[in-house]
Design a binder for this molecule. Sequence first.
Ligand SMILES: *Cc1c(COP(=O)(O)O)cnc(C)c1O
Length: 398
Amino acid sequence: MPDDSLPKKTYGFSTRMSHAGRAGTRIHGFVNPAVHRGSTVLFPNSAARRDAAKHRLEQYMTYGTQGGPTHYALEDVIAEIEGGTRALILGTGLAAVAVPLLAWLKSGDHCLMPDSVYGPARNLCDGLLKGWGVETTYYDPTVDEAAMAALIRPNTKVVYTESPGSHTFELQDIPAIARAAHASGAKVMMDNTWGIHHFRPFEKGVDVSIQALTKYVGGHSDVLLGSATVNNEEDWRVLRSAASQLGQYASPDDCWLALRGVRTMAVRLKQQERHGLEVARWLSGRPEVLRVLHPALPEHPQHDLFRRDFSGACSLFGLVFQPRFALEDVYRFIDALTLFGIGASWGGFESLCIATTGNITRTAGSGDFGGPMCRIHIGLEEPADLIADLAQALARLG
Ligand SMILES: *Cc1c(COP(=O)(O)O)cnc(C)c1O
């Protein structure tokens, strides 16, 4: 009979993904937890209800908005993936970006954001947060410790990171950035969606790690979810309290889909990493291509950080075309592809390609990466088929 308690930290990733989050969920002997839908939670008597309210911030079921058994099973799995003490499931990846920022920033505070941050996070800083009197400075994502220290002001409360950056894939020296941030008492947040389990945020100095579970955890392009994970009780209280004040909630049906996705994630990730690299290497040898932006390729400018800090890669990377091509040529290339969908998001079983030039905002850097760009996500298809498709589309560029 398998032991349902939290798996040993020494087990390999695949083993932990098979067993995490199953404690207390076995009902009538079935392997998986049920979908617990609910608003009202009933108590045996008034005293029990009164005492439950005292534990409102604990993992304790008092009302549907505080989550139920399906949420808690997924929260345990995500905490296991991230290596933190506790995870909070939120309705989207963007909600998982927004809630920690709202939890730790107030009027008069200063926030540091990498110039390569996920676009909608920039929108929040330049929109609501700015209106509420929170100032944001965008910084070169490749800063070292001294440069980060120089950016920090007495009122800097959050140093946000995302490594690699959205669309342009710069890696950040997270331990160095975290040292500078912690020296002045700022919280370090990281969007760890690309790194998933390959980057261990809490071992590198991160305080709040964010994941868009919509991507590889869901894995099937049919669910939107996010998570914010912390590594101590005090941070948990701040995070949980902010989510409660904001009425944040995720559907238990979506949590169930994510739990289903996570059981096969290790297999998918391995295949997608290998196939992604095969396609990326092939593309880097093509005359139409100036650069492939993939942290696991030795020619990536911060490949040394990849080797130091990551145990593997996912299957999302960028492509810079030769400067003789225009954005219109990139559109022609993408429209000629037959196996790649044209759409946002990534991490599903299917390959995708979108133009990124014209789609990204850079204010700390020039935003010029040498030529027009696109972003490629490799799904679970055969690499030979994908390469043949890319070859016929590149041939049209002339
Ligand atoms: C997609 C994405 C998000 C947001 O996830 P949603 O569930 O689509 O809101 C956040 N960060 C990164 C890096 C992403 O790619």
